[in-house]
Ligand binder design. Structure first.
Ligand SMILES: [Zn+2]
Ligand SMILES: [Zn+2]
Length: 325
């Protein structure tokens, strides 16, 4: 099958072995898959040990099932939870596969991803897509789930003053999911055209973070990926407030913990979330996410798609793995 394959570098190959039928997995024909920053970090070698097909933000159609009892799924439009747990440990039993020590992660840890014609996923990870969710919105379920994870970890209330640092792909999803909370939301971005997308959604933005008052925000969410932003978050959060870290910081950084201790700041790490929350959000709020898609490429031009995704003037770049149905 056609696929983008990473081994030391990303390559397009027309003859990658297609996944074989297994008794515990389902094979999906990929329709489209979005490129996220994690995929770009994989191609730069920042995700240790990953060799294989990247890609974890996708939807497609069920192509093959383990046996006749699943035949009703054939042809259904679906996506899949990216964390595939062992199903036996205490995390998996608590519906927290994303913390299973033995998990594989689609397109990130020991499991092939979605920049290909077909993908095989464990049965429990399969997520059917309601007809009310348009194709372009389905591509954002994984980042929306990650954005909504913040609200699973902490309550965000209408009287909260929230500063979101970042205006990229993940930050846009975080901003959209915060809007319905009714909190007083301010986004500090770096790019005029990206903050303009947020303004179109009625969200208040600034390009000059220094103009915002210091120690004034109950919650500061860092989703820019810049290590310098952590220091900025410490300056903006109020005493006894919280800083939420959404970036994984490929390179790490050092910081002085004294202000965290003195001001009793809560630091909350936040990563993947539940797809069911993202689907509920899309059904209830029906945001138009097409404006976040900058460009689309066929799978055969996947390398060009990755080059484009790294340009400063693009937001989400999508790879179409089968022609329009
Ligand atoms: Zn992603
Ligand atoms: Zn487990």
């Amino acid at each position: 099958m056609k696929a983008l394959h990473f081994h030391d570098q990303l390559r397009y190959t027309p003859d990658f072995p297609a996944p074989e039928n297994r008794s515990d997995e389902i094979i999906i024909q990929i329709a489209s898959a979005g490129i996220c920053n994690t995929d770009i970090e994989i191609t730069r070698g920042y995700v240790p040990g990953f060799n294989g097909i990247p890609g974890h933000e996708f939807y497609g159609y069920v192509a093959s099932v383990p046996d006749a009892s699943y035949d009703c799924l054939i042809g259904k439009r679906v996506t899949a939870e990216i964390n595939c747990g062992c199903g036996k440990c205490s995390f998996c039993k608590a519906d927290l596969e994303r913390h299973c020590p033995d998990r594989t992660v689609i397109g990130i840890v020991n499991r092939n991803g979605a920049f290909a014609e077909y993908i095989s996923v464990p049965l429990p990870t399969l997520v059917p897509l309601p007809d009310t969710i348009p194709d372009n919105s389905a591509l954002f379920i994984e980042p929306l789930a990650a954005a909504l994870e913040i609200q699973e970890q902490m309550a965000i209330l209408p009287d909260h003053r929230v500063l979101l640092i970042g205006d990229g792909k993940l930050a846009q999803c975080v901003a959209l999911t915060l809007k319905p909370t009714g909190c007083s939301l301010q986004v500090a971005g770096r790019h005029k055209w990206k903050t303009a997308l947020l303004q179109q959604q009625g969200i208040s933005t600034t390009l000059d973070q220094t103009s915002l008052p210091d120690h004034a925000f109950d919650i500061v969410i860092e989703a820019s990926g810049s290590s310098a932003a952590f220091g900025e978050a410490l300056t903006k959060v109020r005493p006894r407030g919280a800083i939420v870290l959404k970036s994984t910081y490929a390179k790490g950084f050092s910081f002085n913990p004294a202000p965290v201790v003195v001001n009793e700041i809560t630091i909350l790490g936040s990563r993947c979330g539940r797809f069911s929350s993202a689907i509920g959000f899309l059904e209830n709020h029906r945001p138009d996410l097409s404006c976040l898609i900058s460009k689309r490429f066929p799978l055969t031009d996947g390398i060009m798609a990755f080059e484009t995704a790294q340009r400063k003037d693009t937001m989400k770049v999508v790879i179409d793995c089968i022609p329009e149905r």
